[in-house]
Design a protein around this ligand. Structure first.
Ligand code: HH2
Length: 290
């Protein structure tokens, strides 16, 4: 999933693709590079209370639609086979986007808008239910988890139950641990290291680690130099079978995944299991070629 931020203020690329023509050109580049899904966002959701100060300002529905719809409509016409996702917390924006040809709703508030479930249920489109806690404006303040992996998993299970009770079938739901949304660096790392706890819920999982501040905190890299660290996070998402990875750098991420998968394919091949049991040191001791 390639990120298409049609915003003036997104944390890593705000303003770069905010005109219709810039956005369309970037969308074409990502599709040509092999992105299967594009995630169009017309409201930054960088959380407040931490490195982003007071966080992103809420964008009124009219403004969000005015940014989003011209790009979505043009893209739908230009790329009929692309899967177009819309990153919005607002049911009215989701309804307008679906009418304009969007295929998927990416809701970082996991049905925070009480009207969202009906919009999604009526359209039959898939929805991403991302984990977060509290209000966006203060999300990075007073973060408390006793066991982040268990609690995110339990809260995602609750979100699924709420969605199905509102008429959205399980078959339409994707989950997302919400990296960077109300979590410390260590908690983001723990969620990646134990992503299998979330995939165990039996629904496809989306992971968005690209360029996030936890990558900067581990490495000291500024936001425009976080690709290598983002790829390390991608490796863990791949290892635990994430169904969708949300990235800003599509060609680089696809090259990374192609090699990762080619190596993983060798693991599932016809290797003699005794070789693994012996381990590399035994092979050296036995005089095997290094
Ligand atoms: N992260 C961002 C936005 N939307 N959606 C999902 N499902 N998962 C994520 O991790 C996620 C998301 C933040 O990234 P970006 O869109 O680049 O920044 P901004 O919110 O500042 O526009």
């Amino acid at each position: 999933m390639g990120v298409l931020n049609i915003t003036p203020d997104s944390f890593s690329d705000g303003g770069r693709w905010s005109s219709r023509d810039q956005a369309l050109a970037h969308a074409r580049e990502m599709l040509a590079a092999g992105a299967e899904i594009l995630d169009l966002g017309a409201e930054s959701t960088r959380p407040g209370g931490g490195v982003y100060g007071s966080g992103a300002a809420t964008v009124p529905v009219e403004e969000e639609c005015a940014r989003l719809l011209p790009v979505l409509i043009a893209l739908r016409a230009a790329a009929p086979d692309a899967i177009l996702s819309v990153d919005t917390r607002k049911a009215a924006v989701a309804a307008a986007a679906l009418a304009a040809g969007a295929d998927l709703i990416n809701d970082i508030s996991a049905l925070g808008d009480p009207e969202m479930a009906a919009v999604v249920a009526n359209s039959g489109c898939p929805i991403v239910l991302m984990h977060s806690r509290g209000e966006l404006a203060a999300m990075q303040r007073d973060i408390h988890f006793a066991d982040v992996v268990a609690e995110v998993r339990a809260e995602q299970a609750t979100a699924v139950a709420r969605a199905t009770a509102s008429g959205i079938p399980r078959s339409q739901i994707l989950l997302d641990p919400g990296l960077g949304f109300g979590k410390t660096t260590e908690q983001n790392l723990a969620l990646l290291a134990h992503l299998d706890a979330l995939t165990a819920l039996g629904l496809p999982v989306l992971v968005g680690a690209s360029r996030k501040s936890f990558v900067g905190q581990v490495t000291g890299a500024p936001v425009d130099r976080r690709l290598p660290g983002s790829l390390a996070a991608l490796a863990w998402a791949a290892r635990f079978g994430a169904a969708v990875v949300r990235v800003h750098d599509v060609p680089e991420s696809l090259q990374f995944l192609a090699v990762w998968q080619a190596i993983a394919g060798q693991r599932s091949g016809a290797r003699d299991p005794r070789a693994d049991a012996a381990g590399p040191q035994s092979a050296v001791a036995a005089g095997a070629p290094a």
